[in-house]
Write a protein that binds this ligand. Structure first.
Ligand code: GTR
Length: 415
């Protein structure tokens, strides 16, 4: 008995010490005000964020003040879309020869009868070549009407969206979403443009739009993934089980950047959810906190067009900043997230983007209920046209995030 107590105590002791060491390391890491990465100093100190001037969302290139929705939609919005195309994500080709949809597998009693599974292959042709993009889609059986839908841009393993449901994942908690009365779909970015600098061309770029690779403003990987999201939307328009007025696009990290860009361009997406998108996603470039334009261009240059490289060491001359990307989604609801352990994605800079995008939502008389200061950890802002949460934990998309996405969508759709 004594022996057992001693063993237990020893174990508890080791655990406590290990825990203490972990705490020390992590508090040291999180207290650290700078870091070094790829030969650059990474800033994690609010005190040393430089003063910066954001380009004005509401002033046209010609210097005209935007005072109403008409001028915004006719003048400033197209101007801004063009600036993002030219300088960051690349111009998306607006035509191709043809598109075809084929159901490759179907089960009306998936998830123990709860859902209708459709595996669909989208094939797009251009100039004699074609690319096929598979999608997985579950539609709830308990709804007697077309289903509002979440579409995930999957940038992680395909196992996350296992159609057989043998594997389940918190990254795409399909059962939970079906129970909440939403359809859930996903496509994988690797089927569109491989996520590697050596091979990203070997998808739609080489096959369908080789001219894009020659252009300094041509789209690269993120543009390609956003293009594919729009093709899934093309499919939804042919599926009577989908409520095409209620399709939300969802992405995490690089997928989160893509979701914002897809939602900004394709107004058929009713709502955008962007998880931990960070640099060149929701966070303001000019703050130079965490991952900078220079670092993202060095590590992931193949995500963005060639022109973006010009701003690596000259971010103040970028004619846009990321609050404008959020503004391009208005008046449609948008929800972004950050995580406490993900300083690399500059949580505060992402929140500021939302604050600075607010004037466009106000032009449309949408209610934005964002507090001036960064919201507290795990206190989501749901009842607002722009939603947000700052979650405890790591860079990820998880059940906490999805739970709040559903709450936000329920509020917007009044369900
Ligand atoms: C990081 C990258 C981020 C983010 C992330 C991800 O390494 O620096 O911009 O996109 O990858 O996609 O998980």
């Amino acid at each position: 008995m004594l022996m057992k107590t001693f063993k237990l105590n020893k174990l508890t002791c080791i655990r406590t010490v290990a825990h203490f060491i972990l705490l020390l390391i992590s508090s040291h890491l999180f207290a650290q005000k700078t870091d070094k990465f790829m030969g650059e100093i990474v800033n994690y100190d609010e005190e040393t964020v430089p003063t910066y001037n954001l380009p004005d969302l509401l002033q046209t290139k010609g210097g005209k003040k935007v005072k109403n929705v008409f001028t915004w939609e006719k003048k400033r919005r197209p101007e801004l879309l063009n600036l993002f195309e030219e300088n960051i994500y690349g111009k998306m080709p607006n035509s191709f020869d043809s598109i075809k949809f084929k159901i490759t597998n179907e089960a009306t009693d998936a998830m123990n009868g709860k859902a209708h599974l459709k595996e669909v292959q989208i094939t797009v042709w251009n100039k004699g070549n074609s690319v096929s993009i598979p999608i997985v889609l579950f539609i709830p059986n308990h709804l007697n009407k077309p289903a509002p839908t979440f579409l995930l841009i999957n940038n992680r393993s395909k196992r996350n969206t296992d159609p057989t449901r043998i594997e389940k994942s918190t990254f795409w908690p399909a059962e939970m979403i079906i129970d909440s009365g939403y359809a859930i779909a996903a496509f994988h970015i690797g089927d569109v443009a491989p996520d590697r600098k050596e091979t990203y061309q070997n998808g739609i770029l080489k096959q369908l739009f080789p001219e894009q690779l020659e252009m300094d403003n041509g789209m690269k990987a993120i543009g390609s993934w956003a293009w594919a999201a729009s093709r899934v939307m093309d499919y939804f328009l042919t599926d009577k089980d989908i409520d095409t007025k209620k399709v939300a696009i969802v992405g995490h990290s690089r997928g989160g950047k893509t979701a914002l860009w897809a939602g900004a361009q394709d107004e058929r997406f009713a709502m955008v959810f962007s998880s931990c998108s960070g640099s060149t996603g929701a966070s303001l470039a000019r703050r130079r906190y965490g991952e900078t334009v220079s670092l993202i261009n060095k590590q992931f240059g193949y995500w963005f067009n060639n022109n973006y490289k010009k701003y690596s060491n000259n971010v103040d001359s970028l004619p846009v900043d990321q609050h404008m990307l959020i503004g391009l989604i208005a008046p449609r609801p948008v929800y972004t997230t950050n995580a406490t352990q993900d300083r690399w994605a500059d949580p505060y800079g992402s929140y500021l983007s939302l604050i600075h995008a607010k004037p466009i939502y106000e032009l449309y008389r949408q209610k934005v209920m964002l507090p001036k200061d960064m919201p507290q950890i795990n206190i989501p802002i749901i009842n607002s046209a722009i939603g947000y949460h700052f979650r405890e934990g790591a860079h990820d998309l998880n059940v906490y995030d999805w739970t709040n996405f559903i709450r936000f969508a329920n509020f917007q759709y009044d369900q």
